[in-house]
Design a protein. Structure first.
Length: 211
């Protein structure tokens, strides 16, 4: 499967300067938050493949304003054929007027609400988040700290990959790929990345095409 994963900043090479050959062979688009509605609608239309997304802390989507043709998987275990995709958007809470922000306890409660469904489906293949795992490619300030419960999830269920954003390249110490001790590959999808992955084979079989 070839996946186009996106987060935080619109890739003008895929928008203003779109060309079909740049996304040749893409089977699935995954957006990890904080991207414009028009951008997501453009990509799902032009590539004509499923687009799954979670909310970033700056997203303000609602029932009347959302990217049409795209699937919101935030707070859900979404099944796409045989692929199990768990979506947990939002960032660490740093404002009392926050939307799509959660304390560590609140994110743990979100996870607990969908654990029965995770167990019913024998785990999941991809964790799609906006924020990273705490201590893995995050930052020290509270706004950019990751979530502890994400590590509990991947240690228990060992998905092949976790996709996230929230940590921009310009923040410094940017890490595109981190190999977690559980065997899960953590990928920061800032702007865009394209990779091939075979979910039926052993781990560490990811081939990157757009980095």
């Amino acid at each position: 499967m070839r996946i186009l994963a996106l987060s935080d900043k619109e890739d003008l090479g895929l928008w203003n300067y779109y060309a079909p050959e740049k996304v040749e062979g893409v089977d699935l688009i995954i957006a990890c938050g904080d991207l414009k509605k028009d951008y997501l609608e453009f990509l799902v239309t032009m590539i004509n493949k499923p687009l799954l997304y979670v909310n970033g802390n700056h997203d303000r989507f609602n029932d009347n304003y959302y990217p049409e043709g795209c699937e919101n998987i935030d707070g859900k275990l979404f099944l796409l054929n045989d692929l199990r995709v768990l979506g947990l958007g939002g960032s660490n809470k740093y404002s009392d007027e926050a939307i799509n922000m959660y304390s560590q306890k609140q994110m743990k409660k979100r996870v607990n609400r969908i654990k029965k469904n995770i167990k019913r489906n024998n785990g999941f293949d991809i964790l799609v988040a906006h924020a990273p795992i705490k201590g893995y490619g995050d930052q020290e300030d509270i706004a950019h700290q990751g979530f502890e419960v994400f590590e509990d999830l991947i240690n228990q269920y060992k998905p092949k990959i976790m996709l996230h954003g929230h940590i921009h390249r310009e923040y410094g110490n940017f890490q595109r790929i981190i190999n977690h001790p559980s065997g899960t590959t953590l990928i920061n999808c800032f702007e865009s990345v394209i990779f091939d992955i075979d979910f039926k084979k052993d781990k560490n079989n990811i081939v990157f095409h757009r980095f």
